[in-house]
Design a protein around this ligand. Structure first.
Ligand code: ACO
Length: 388
C-alpha cells in the first residue's frame, strides 16, 4: 500500500511514538503487557530474580542460553578483568563530580564515551571484538557509577576487587566496605530485573546507532542518553521526589486527587506495553518490605502502598499500573543510595541488554531508516536575508 508522504498536518494517521510498530525480530526478552509477564529467553523474571545472578543473566542475554558452571566462571573472570578504568577517566570523574557539580547521568554518559578513547580495540570490527567490548563496557559501567558516587560524597574512589560478584563489588566500590549477603542479593535482583525489556526507548536508540555499524561504545552512549529522560529511566528518581513532596501517608489522597485532577503524570505509573501490573514492581515490592524494615524507613513503604492502592483504584481500569520504577526508589533509598544514582544504576544493569541486542542486530543488520510524513510548504522561494 502506497503511503502518502506529503500531507497536511494530521492528515495521515500513524502510530505516534511508533506504538505497536515492529522494529525487528529479537529473541532476548518478551513483555506480555496484558498479563503482566516478562521473560528473558523464555525464562520468567520471577525465576531469574530468585535463582539467577546478574552475571548469569548477562550470559543468557548474550548467548541465548543458560551457561554451564565453567562457562559462567569464564564470563565472571572476564568481567573482573575489565573492572578497572583508565586513570584519565577517574580524573574526569573527580574533576566534574566533586561538589555535586555535574549530574551523575551526564558524567556517566561522558565517562563511557571517554573510556572508548583509551580502548585500542574500541573500533575493531570483528565478531570477537564486539563480544569483548560488550563484556568490557557492561563490566566497567559499575566502576564508573561507583566512582561518581564516591566523589560526590567527598570520599576517595575505591578500586574494584576481583574476588566479589558484580553486585557485591559494585556496592563495595560505592560504600568502601563489603556489603552483607542481604544487600548483595537485593542489588543483584535490581540488576537482573532491569537488564532487558524488549524494544524500549534506550534499547531502540542503541540499535539505531548499531545499525549504522558504529562501535559498541557509541551505541551504549546512545542508550544512556535515551535512558536519562524522566519518561524512561529518569522516573525512579522522581518517585522519591514525589514521596518527599507528599511528606506523609495522611497527605497521599489529597495530593494524588489534586495531581490526577490536574492531569499530572504520576511518576512510576503507566507503561507503553504493560496494561497490568509490571511483574518487576511486584518483585521489588516484596524486597521493599524487608529493606525498609532493616533501614527503619517503613514510612516510605506505607506511603508507597497507599499511592499504589489509590492509583490502581482510580486509573487501573485505564491500564495505568505501577511500573518497575515505583518501588525501586524506595528500595534503593532505604539502602542509602542517593536518588541521583538511581538512573545510572538502571544503566549499569541495562548495559547487559543494550550490548546483547547490539550483537544480535549485527548478526543480521539493516540500517534503521524510517520516513516522516512531510507537512511543510510544498515549495517556497528563497528570500535573501536583507529582504525578509
Ligand atoms: N499518571 C497519570 N496518567 C497517566 C500516566 C501516569 N503515570 N501514564 C499515562 N497516563 C495517562 C495519560 O495522561 C494518557 O491519558 P489520556 O488518554 O486521557 O490523555 C494515557 O494514560 C496514555 O498515556 P501516554 O502518555 O500516551 O502513554 P505512553 O505509552 O505514551 O507513555 C509512559 C508511557 C511514558 C511510561 C507514561 O505512562 C508516563 O509518562 N509515565 C510516568 C513516567 C514513568 O513512570 N516512566 C517509567 C516507565 S518504565 C521505564 O521506562 C523503566
Amino acid at each position: 500500500m502506497a503511503v502518502k508522504l506529503v500531507a497536511k498536518p494530521g492528515e495521515v494517521e500513524f502510530p505516534k511514538g511508533m506504538e505497536g510498530v515492529i522494529a525487528n525480530e529479537s529473541r532476548k526478552s518478551y513483555v506480555n503487557g496484558l498479563e503482566g509477564k516478562l521473560y528473558y529467553e523464555g525464562i520468567t523474571i520471577q525465576d531469574l530474580a530468585e535463582h539467577s545472578s546478574f552475571e548469569e543473566t548477562f550470559f543468557l542475554l548474550l548467548y541465548d542460553r543458560l551457561p554451564t558452571a565453567d562457562e559462567l566462571a569464564i564470563l565472571k573472570h572476564r568481567m573482573t578483568q575489565y573492572r578497572n578504568l583508565p586513570n584519565e577517566v577517574y580524573e574526569l570523574i573527580e574533576s566534574v563530580s566533586a561538589g555535586y557539580l555535574a549530574k551523575p547521568m551526564s558524567v556517566m554518559r561522558t565517562a563511557v564515551s571517554m573510556t572508548a578513547l583509551f580502548d585500542e580495540a574500541a573500533e575493531e570490527e570483528t565478531e570477537a571484538a564486539f563480544e569483548r567490548e560488550a563484556i568490557k563496557i557492561t563490566s566497567r559501567m559499575a566502576t564508573i557509577v561507583a566512582a561518581i558516587n564516591r566523589v560526590r560524597e567527598g570520599k576517595p574512589i575505591v578500586q574494584p576487587r576481583a574476588d566479589l560478584s558484580h553486585a557485591a563489588n559494585f556496592l563495595y566500590m560505592m560504600r568502601g566496605e563489603e556489603p552483607d549477603e542481604f544487600d548483595t542479593k537485593v542489588m543483584d535482583v535490581i540488576l537482573v530485573l532491569h537488564a532487558d525489556h524488549g524494544c524500549n526507548a534506550s534499547t531502540f536508540a542503541t540499535l539505531v546507532v548499531t545499525s549504522t555499524l558504529a562501535d559498541m561504545y557509541s551505541a551504549v552512549v546512545g542508550g544512556i542518553s535515551a535512558l536519562k529522560g524522566p519518561l524512561h529511566g529518569g522516573a525512579n528518581q522522581r518517585v522519591m521526589k514525589m514521596l518527599n513532596e507528599i511528606g506523609s501517608a495522611d497527605n497521599v489522597e489529597n495530593w494524588l486527587a489534586d495531581a490526577v485532577a490536574k492531569k499530572k503524570k504520576i511518576m512510576g505509573f503507566g507503561h507503553r506495553v504493560y496494561k497490568a501490573m509490571d511483574p518487576r514492581a511486584v518483585i521489588l515490592h516484596g524486597y521493599a518490605k524487608e529493606v525498609t524494615k532493616r533501614a527503619g524507613t517503613e514510612d516510605w513503604l506505607v506511603m508507597a502502598e497507599k499511592i499504589e492502592k489509590f492509583m490502581i483504584e482510580k486509573l487501573g481500569q485505564k491500564g495505568i499500573w505501577p511500573n518497575v520504577d515505583f518501588f525501586s526508589g524506595v528500595v534503593m533509598s532505604s539502602m542509602g543510595i542517593d536518588d541521583e544514582l538511581f538512573t545510572p544504576i538502571f544503566a549499569v544493569s541495562r548495559a547487559a541488554g543494550w550490548t546483547a541486542h547490539a550483537l544480535e542486530q549485527r548478526k543480521d543488520n539493516r540500517i534503521y531508516r524510517p520516513r516522516f510524513v512531510y507537512v511543510g510548504p510544498a515549495t517556497q522561494e528563497y528570500v535573501p536575508i536583507d529582504e525578509r
